[in-house]
Design a protein around this ligand. Structure first.
Ligand code: 3HC
Length: 313
């Protein structure tokens, strides 16, 4: 009975758009869903640094190198914000990383695709960060306080990420024939993995119904996917690029773009770890975690020393 009353009061807070804070009572499933989603979001931000880092030493100018460096640093910061938000749910960061290294936690499948040319860095900023913005702007309204506040901060930086990517695509699309071909090739390779970022169709989504009821999600996978497609297609057509989807057509009646069938076999194949980059991404993450352990130890030792000095003062 006790929990039934608590659940009723909890749902009333959700329905009244009152944020749920770490010390509030919450259904265990609500907590578990947030631990899963926020930590996987954080993993995505950190692993997403790898495909872009691959081009840091080969950026075509000092300006583009500085921009890419700033963007990659932002992603690391987004990961840290999100791990901090996830830790408020009672799980330590080390545990999240253990689950990731054991293959028990996911990260966004889009980061398992290789970055073959500089145009890929443009396509990632324009499409991947563009998709992330659509998703994260919606998540600013999520019911869990720490997640919602982290999203507000992250969204401010994401718009720079999307714009710098689109600027690269504009430059290439207006460049030599070879550069335009590079931009078109990158769009061909990154378009479908970007629209897969929004997850399975609503009817096949394991978590959406409950996540929408608890306002963890404010819009469904398909609603956000459609928003991204409607906005992005115009940007591509504007710079003379074509999309690798013969069924992509404006539907005047619906006021949206119709688009072709998503290859869910490819999606699940990559999610399950059989994508081009899965093994490499995880191996790199594990190695960096190992090699960087001295930094964590030094930071913890310094913090402990400072605390001891303050205690003895
Ligand atoms: N990649 C990998 N796994 C995915 C996925 C994707 N693109 N989309 C869905 N999945 C997984 C889910 O994690 C879930 O598996 P799990 O139960 O083992 O976690 C399963 O597929 C079923 O999908 P659901 O739609 O039912 O799952 P969710 O309700 O969690 O919705 C989501 C999926 C829309 C991705 C949601 O988790 C979400 O909004 N997450 C926060 C945003 C996020 O993680 N974005 C990733 C990119 S971050 C980024 O791009 C940073 C930018 O700066 C570059």
């Amino acid at each position: 009975m006790e929990d039934a009353k608590k659940l009723e009061a909890f749902q009333a807070k959700i329905d009244a758009d009152i944020k749920i804070e770490p010390k509030d009572w919450m259904p265990e499933k609500y907590r578990q869903t947030l631990i899963r989603q926020i930590s996987q979001h954080a993993h995505s931000e950190v692993i997403g640094m790898q495909p872009e880092g691959n081009w840091l030493t080969r950026a075509p100018s000092l300006r583009s190198k500085k921009i890419l460096m700033a963007k990659i640093q932002d992603e690391a910061g987004h990961g840290l914000y999100l791990y901090c938000a996830a830790e408020t749910l009672g799980v330590k960061r080390e545990q999240f990383l253990e689950w990731l290294h054991e293959g028990k936690a996911k990260y966004s499948s889009v980061f398992n695709y290789p970055t073959l040319t500089w145009a890929d860095i443009g396509a990632i900023g324009w499409l991947v960060d563009g998709a992330a913005i659509v998703n994260q702007v919606s998540l600013q309204g999520t019911s869990y306080g720490p997640y919602s506040r982290a999203m507000v901060k992250i969204c401010m930086e994401e718009s720079f990420h999307q714009r710098q990517g689109y600027e690269i695509m504009v430059t290439l699309a207006n460049g030599t024939d070879e550069q335009k071909e590079m931009a078109q090739d990158a769009l061909n390779r990154w378009w479908w993995p970007s629209i897969m970022m929004f997850g399975p169709h609503d009817a096949d989504s394991a978590h959406s119904n409950q996540s929408l009821k608890w306002k963890i999600k404010r819009e469904s996978n398909d609603e956000l996917r459609q928003k991204f497609i409607d906005k992005t297609v115009e940007q591509g057509l504007h710079i003379g690029l074509t999309f690798p989807d013969p069924d992509l057509k404006w539907n005047e009646e619906k006021g949206h773009y119709d688009f072709g069938a998503i290859d869910w076999d490819e999606f699940w194949n990559v999610v399950k770890g059989y994508g081009a980059g899965n093994k490499k991404r995880l191996a790199h993450h594990k190695e960096a975690h190992e090699v960087g352990s001295w930094v964590r130890e030094a930071a913890i030792a310094y913090a402990n020393k400072k605390n001891n000095i303050q205690k003895s003062a």
